[in-house]
Write a protein that binds this ligand. Sequence first.
Ligand SMILES: [Zn+2]
Length: 274
Amino acid sequence: MAESGETDEESAAERVTLGSWRGPLQVHCGHCGEFKRAHSLKLPRTLEEGKRRFHYVREPDIAWFRRKRSCTACGTEFLTAEVDETLIEELLRLRQREARRRSVAYAKVSQEFRVRQKWLDTTGDDVPKELAAELVRGSAWWLTHSSGRPVRAPRHADRLQKLYCGWSVDFGANWFAAGRALARARDYAKSVFLLASGGKLPVERELKLRLRKISSGCVLNVNRDFYDDYPENGAGELVFGAQAIDVNDCERVLMRLTGLNDLLIAYAKVKIEE
Ligand SMILES: [Zn+2]
């Protein structure tokens, strides 16, 4: 336990009004992340805020004296609760116990969902054809359908060919390297499972963004060379003449096939479990 060396309380504020050189005492400011001098403010008399002494009805020994503080460094206003110090020690013990429980549970669910996806053990561009087909079926569109609206074009999956970069499908002059997209998603997913087993699952938005970016890097030109980054149109599509691959569809399919979707759900359950 570290000592923070301040003594007096409310009288410090009084000394300020008397023009003392000492100023307000130091309190830990959550915004600054360190001890800063903080003024003691009056509590507004609205609702319960005017009251200072509290306890929980079901846990009467959790009782505290409330103060409102204003950090002189950043101006943040916050409430403090003065309690018996043994409560802080109890909080520490409980927090550490909870962290141990979560870390065991995180490792367990990560391993469980990782082993379910056997295809993640593949290497290079050698991913199963049926998964490449699933990716194409779930993301290919025919933009100039006679109905006047784009329609899904799942039959492109029937035309997969094995190129040097794995299962791919041609759209006229361009190719979509579905196998490469899966391989890249797999490699990313494996790193995520590893992080997750250590309790550090990236947030959902980050996972999806990474998977979403994959498909535009998996387009070949007529010479079968990769574009660095095939441009999306405004609707999130990689357009090849009258056909397109929808990058948002790709993201959804890859989230599912890698098992990252299931991992996210299981992880969230660990967090809220009592
Ligand atoms: Zn501050």
